[in-house]
Design a protein around this ligand. Structure first.
Ligand SMILES: Cc1cc2nc3c(=O)[nH]c(=O)nc-3n(C[C@H](O)[C@H](O)[C@H](O)COP(=O)(O)OP(=O)(O)OC[C@H]3O[C@@H](n4cnc5c(N)ncnc54)[C@H](O)[C@@H]3O)c2cc1C
Length: 594
């Protein structure tokens, strides 16, 4: 049988997460079912298609016709399936010869159920099928696959897929190969290793943050910076940024990485950090999967707190709400009084309050009390500041007093503070509890047209007036609207991630579900972005997906040139993470063996 050579299924003893080196080029045995005159790697898909047709007519053999018709049928079926989605990628179809090329590789699954499972993502807004799905058993398997695309006669795109929790097709590989990173879990090799003396954890790129947490807690340690939801992969969030309520204090997750192992788009395995191969290291952090597949990350740890005093405070005055948030993230934690270690916030829309708003944090009585703020007395949304103070057995006796002292300085509505006391694990895993409830009601696997963006502090009042009080005035959709400030000095400029220019900026997340009103919500999202543009608000989208390179250039701004240079250096044939839609064809004319 033709195809990829599988790498060893176990890792080097004593260095469990070090990828296996593969010194000589992998040997591939692709059965030449198509003649060597088939389309060159740099040809555009229509050219592939055309030349295959010419070839078929010239040969006029029965087998050639079958060969052409089967992929066409595949494309047609795929197209029929696609129309159900609100929006879809236009470049989903590989040329028949490329499709054939990919599906002949050993280890590539073309099973329709498997293909369907990776043809969309959590967002359920975009659908695009790959030609095949690869389930690696080792890091070397992935290296071989990438090298085969890079060095082989026909380039194909490859998307590492964590859990496919992207929103707009970023984890898809239209017409290419999706690598199911979670398959690395199956081999029984230890892929999370804690070093308690040096306070770090080595975690495979495919690992879930919840599993990293469970493992580190065994040593009384934990990563410092989180996402709200922990069923995301290490490689997936480090390709974006990884932002949550700890980011003001410790920076995003990408600011808390010491070292990475990366498979570049040339199929090279590179270990990188701030001190060695630093160019690649910073490019990969927030690099949207464009420069390499992360197979290991060394993540900074801190002593894990045992418990969390978790507070929510209600405001009806936006100015007071943001003043308190900004004061809390600017507190010098070492001096005077202790602050929160986690700060977020949300907007509760007027319509929501009036129409029976739900929350798993607040009791029925609390909600009734907050709901009482609606109606005649309250015009517009109300705002909820969320903070957490971590503590352990030793500091437990002081936590009540410390929280009380802190709250004395804040301007929430008197009588509207609500508190929970939970374990650290429960606190970090809070969204999962909500997930289970939504799953039980069939409300998890629905479209999620989320919009995330970062707004400079100086323009946040405009967002309140123009977005929360105007465009979203009648918003009654399910899903939170998050808003919290972050300190820019916790982000390293050298990383690929892009953020606004001011020292404090707000992370805004419209995390709405579009079960029945997807088109309406998408229209609103566009209206919001248009409003920001018109008002000259220099925002940056987080987890972005643009359709044109001009939009990507605008997104990366002054970082664009460096981004392209890094792409030329580490993935010149534009093989990796095609679902981001940044580079849609090879940056070099010929493949390296020509
Ligand atoms: C319920 C929910 C809550 C969320 N909360 C937060 C939050 O609080 N903060 C936050 O920052 N984000 C949050 N996210 C967004 C999340 O960070 C992204 O969805 C991210 O894409 C991670 O998901 P994933 O691990 O499934 O990666 P995927 O969606 O599978 O992949 C995302 C991108 O990364 C690439 N990629 C995947 N693995 C690797 C790898 N090993 N190496 C290189 N590239 C790779 C893919 O090709 C793709 O382009 C949330 C998402 C969901 C669904």
């Amino acid at each position: 049988m033709s195809g990829l050579q599988r790498g060893p299924q176990t890792q080097k003893p004593g260095s469990p997460l070090q990828p296996q080196r593969f010194p000589s080029p992998p040997s591939f045995l692709l059965i030449p079912l198509i003649s060597s005159s088939s389309s060159s790697s740099s040809s555009s898909p229509p050219l592939f298609f055309f030349s295959s047709f010419i070839m078929a007519f010239l040969k006029l053999t029965f087998s050639s016709l079958i060969f052409i018709l089967t992929p066409l049928l595949f494309i047609l079926l795929d197209h029929l399936h696609t129309h159900k989605y609100y929006n879809c990628s236009s470049s989903a179809s590989p040329s028949p010869s490329l499709h054939h090329h990919i599906t002949k590789l050993t280890g590539i699954s073309t099973n329709s159920t498997t293909i369907a499972s990776v043809s969309t993502d959590f967002g359920r807004v975009i659908k695009a099928s790959p030609a095949g799905v690869f389930h690696p058993l080792s890091v070397t398997d992935i290296t071989n696959l990438v090298r085969f695309s890079y060095e082989g006669p026909q380039r194909f795109t490859i998307a590492a897929r964590g859990c496919g929790h992207s929103i707009r097709g970023q984890a898809l590989a239209p017409g290419g190969v999706v690598v199911e990173m979670r398959s690395l879990m199956r081999v029984g090799v230890e892929r999370i290793r804690v070093c308690s003396t040096e306070m770090y954890v080595d975690a495979g790129g495919e690992q879930l943050w919840i599993d990293v947490l469970h493992e580190t807690l065994k040593y009384g340690l934990a990563p410092r910076s989180w996402t709200d939801y922990l069923y995301l992969t290490v490689g997936g969030t480090l390709s974006n940024a990884g932002v949550s309520g700890q980011a003001f204090l410790h920076g995003p997750q990408i600011s808390n990485v010491h070292e990475l192992d990366v498979i570049t788009g040339k199929g090279e395995v590179v270990t990188c950090s701030e001190n060695y191969n630093s160019e690649l290291f910073f490019a990969v952090l927030g690099g949207l999967g464009q420069f390499g597949i992360i197979t290991r990350a060394r993540i900074a740890l801190e002593t894990a707190p045992e418990r969390v005093r978790w507070v929510r405070l209600i405001y009806n005055d936006f100015s007071a709400f943001i003043r308190d948030q900004e004061w809390l993230i600017s507190m010098d934690q070492e001096k005077k009084k202790k602050g929160f270690q986690y700060i977020e916030g949300s907007v509760i829309m007027e319509q929501g309050i009036k129409s029976g708003w739900r929350s798993s944090f607040f009791s029925g009585g609390d909600m009734e009390k907050i709901g009482g703020l609606g109606g005649e007395k309250q015009q517009g949304p109300i705002y909820c500041l969320e903070g957490s103070m971590y503590y352990n057995n030793v500091t437990a006796s002081k936590v009540d007093q410390e929280v009380e002292l802190l709250l004395q300085d804040l301007s929430f509505l008197p009588g509207f503070s609500f508190t929970h006391d939970v374990s650290y694990l429960h606190f970090l895993d809070r969204v999962h509890h909500g997930e289970l409830k939504l799953r039980a009601k069939g409300l998890w696997d629905v479209p999620h047209p989320w919009l995330n963006f970062f707004v400079p502090k100086s323009r946040i009042q405009d967002i309140n007036l123009g977005v929360f009080n105007a465009i979203l005035k009648n918003n009654n959709s399910m899903g939170p609207i998050l808003i919290y400030p972050v300190n820019k000095n916790k982000w390293d400029e050298r990383m690929s991630a892009v953020i606004p220019e001011e020292e404090i900026f707000y992370s805004i997340g419209l995390l709405r579900s579009g079960l029945h009103d997807l088109e309406y919500l998408e229209k609103q999202n566009k209206e919001i972005l248009h409003f920001c543009d018109q008002q000259g608000i220099r925002f940056k989208q987080y987890l972005p997906r643009y359709n044109t390179q001009a939009e990507w250039m605008n997104h990366f701004g002054s970082k664009w040139d460096a981004f392209v240079q890094m792409k030329m250096k580490y993935d010149p044939r534009a093989i990796l993470s095609p679902g981001q839609g940044i580079f849609t064809s090879s940056l070099v004319d010929h493949h390296p063996n020509e």
